[in-house]
Write a new protein. Structure first.
Length: 462
């Protein structure tokens, strides 16, 4: 054997090893099909993203994976182009859904993924793959036994009836800041996710949400608020805690600092650090409220304070705010926030009291006049007998009453149990006193006044 033939044999052997590794490992596939191009630069975060996705797909504990990262860091190249091509090639009977903020963007991602199959390296790894269907919004690998598409593309809000997904990839569900700041669009996005996208998931299927964070109440924020236990999270800040850039080969610290100076700290924290925070209201610094998965221990003091409305289905809300206190610290443990009729409110107050237990104080804001006295008397004698219940006739402005609670929050003394109602609470606190509703603030301020060491002078009526 000549030296030349030995050299060729070694090269071929090394290529076979590389292609075999690319078949079984996502990073190696990305390296062989993308990073080999001199216009791309490798980075440690690319290794981490691919490794996290691969491990997530192999484990059963979590249903979903959220990857939040800065713009222009290969988010879509990995998640919407390489991942579905690699996964489908290894699971030719599988089904993938790719979704983005609109149909046009989803189609663009689908086409980019489709082109991966025509890559020379891809064809050497899987030489026999051909397509029986290759349309604008979908394609199908030949030999698919159930006849359904291998991949379909959908914009957020689009219907997916008749489609299924063993792997659902949602890449940037909102287009930009204007959409992210719209509560209407955030609601529609979450409704689409819960009622459409997640319902198309096959048994044992997986959802991967890859996005740049724009708003604390975006799709990732709502998912973690409502169903956090089912999701794994990988947040990749552009600048880590030690001041190092995430992808220094492309974006240096100086580059990132210039971006921060141009866009401001709050926007940079959201887009580049993955830590969106609410706009601060006039009083409550809601970013100081610490989220926790655990309420206070049983021996803590508790008060459920009710700010009651009498309209069913419209107008003002009834708010029942449960606050706990221990050693000068406070925890918001529960919130009832409903638009009920008087009879429904009475039933809710009674059932909530039974769940809270007799050790929990119950206070209720008393309306002025004799009717307010009668209502408190009704609750004391008929609805809540045996409970520590009192009416609370408040004085002073809402802002004055909210001041002590706002100060405790600003000083970092208040935590909040992670739950689905967090979003409503934070929104109202953030907007107070200019928001359209203040019942949650009123009930929280009342509970704090009851539990704090030096409550304001108040008149209790039985």
């Amino acid at each position: 054997m000549t030296a030349r033939s030995s050299e060729v044999k070694a090269v071929l052997k090394a290529e076979i090893v590389r292609l075999a590794s690319a078949k079984h490992h996502l990073y190696d596939y990305v390296a062989e099909t993308v990073l080999c191009n001199p216009t791309y630069k490798d980075g440690e975060h690319i290794h981490l993203i691919c490794e996290t996705i691969e491990n997530f797909l192999d484990q059963e504990e979590k249903r979903g994976l959220i990857i939040s990262m800065p713009p222009r860091h290969m988010k879509s190249t990995i998640g919407s182009e390489c991942l579905p091509a690699w996964w489908l090639s290894n699971h030719p009977q599988g089904e993938v859904i790719i979704a983005s903020y609109n149909q046009s963007q989803a189609r663009k991602m689908s086409r980019a993924c489709r082109f991966r199959f025509d890559n020379d390296v891809h064809r050497r790894i899987w030489p026999r793959q051909v397509f029986s269907v290759d349309a604008v919004d979908e394609f199908q690998l030949a030999g698919k036994r159930n006849g359904r598409p291998s991949l379909i593309a959908a914009g957020v809000g689009a219907g997916l009836t008749g489609s299924g997904g063993d792997l659902v990839i949602i890449d940037d569900p909102v287009k930009g800041m204007e959409e992210a700041e719209s509560i209407t669009i955030r609601d529609k996005t979450y409704d689409w996710f819960t009622s459409v996208a997640s319902t198309r998931l096959s048994p044992g299927g997986k959802i991967i949400l890859i996005m740049t964070r724009w708003h604390y109440d975006d799709l990732a924020g709502r998912i973690l608020n409502d169903d956090g236990d089912s999701w794994q999270v990988l947040n990749l800040p552009a600048i880590d805690d030690e001041g190092r850039a995430l992808w220094p080969e492309r974006f240096t610290i100086d580059d990132l600092q210039r971006k921060k100076a141009a866009m401001g700290s709050r926007v940079f924290e959201a887009l580049y650090q993955g830590r969106p925070t609410p706009l601060e209201g006039g009083m409550f610094k809601v970013d100081r409220i610490q989220l926790t998965d655990h309420p206070f221990p049983r021996e803590a003091q508790r008060c459920r304070y009710w700010d009651k409305a009498a309209t069913s289905g419209g107008g003002d809300y009834t708010s029942g705010f449960l606050l706990a206190e221990k050693d000068g610290r406070y925890c918001i443990e529960d919130l009832v926030h409903v638009q009920y009729s008087p009879a429904e409110v009475q039933a809710s107050v009674r059932s909530t009291a039974s769940l809270d237990g007799p050790a929990t104080k119950i206070r209720m804001e008393q309306e002025p006049g004799s009717s307010g006295v009668d209502i408190i008397d009704l609750y004391a004698r008929v609805i809540l007998p045996g409970f520590d219940f009192r009416g609370d006739r408040v004085t002073g402005s809402k802002e004055l009453r909210a001041g002590p609670f706002a100060a405790a929050i600003e000083n970092g003394l208040v935590s909040m149990v992670r739950a689905s109602w967090n979003r409503e609470l934070v929104e109202e606190f953030r907007e107070f006193p200019l928001g359209s509703h203040d019942d949650i603030v009123d009930s929280g301020s009342g509970a704090f006044a009851e539990l704090s060491a030096t409550p304001p002078q108040r008149l209790y009526l039985f």
